[in-house]
Design a protein around this ligand. Structure first.
Ligand SMILES: [Zn+2]
Length: 131
């Protein structure tokens, strides 16, 4: 099965969403599914252990050039997600995307336009879009 485009996905969500039709339900589900993504990532660290976080202050200096910054700034992650954690996180991200799409439907916003707009912002702002 090929990957559906965002508009197809958004239409699917519109057809499926019977239970959470109210904007308030969708907003709270959106927040809840966002937390579930964070929770799944946290569990990969604290319960599975396939990921570790070793965090410290970023060694950023204003005089650094782009290459130096790319090499010095860290993700603070060590290890890689195991297949199981990756599956769980993918599923939670999917659920979150579902409720984001539902929110877009209620507000008459096209998800593909959101992505398009953000993508052109990224190419205009380039690396300064990090914050
Ligand atoms: Zn894991």
């Amino acid at each position: 099965m090929s990957t559906p485009n965002l508009q197809t996905f958004q239409d699917q969500v519109a057809d499926l969403l019977l239970r959470h039709r109210s904007l308030l339900d969708v907003l709270s589900k959106c927040g809840q599914s966002d937390s579930s993504v964070n929770r799944a990532v946290t569990k990969a660290i604290t319960e599975c252990g396939c990921l570790e976080v070793h965090a410290k202050r970023q060694p950023y200096q204003p005089e650094m050039d782009l290459d130096q910054a790319k090499h010095s700034l860290e993700s603070h992650l060590q290890g890689h997600l195991c297949e199981n954690c990756k599956d769980v996180i993918r599923a939670e991200l999917g659920k979150h995307l579902f409720y984001m799409s539902a929110l877009c439907n209620l507000l008459d916003i096209r998800l593909d336009e959101v992505v398009k707009q953000e993508s052109s912002k990224c190419s205009t702002l380039g690396v300064f879009n990090l914050s």
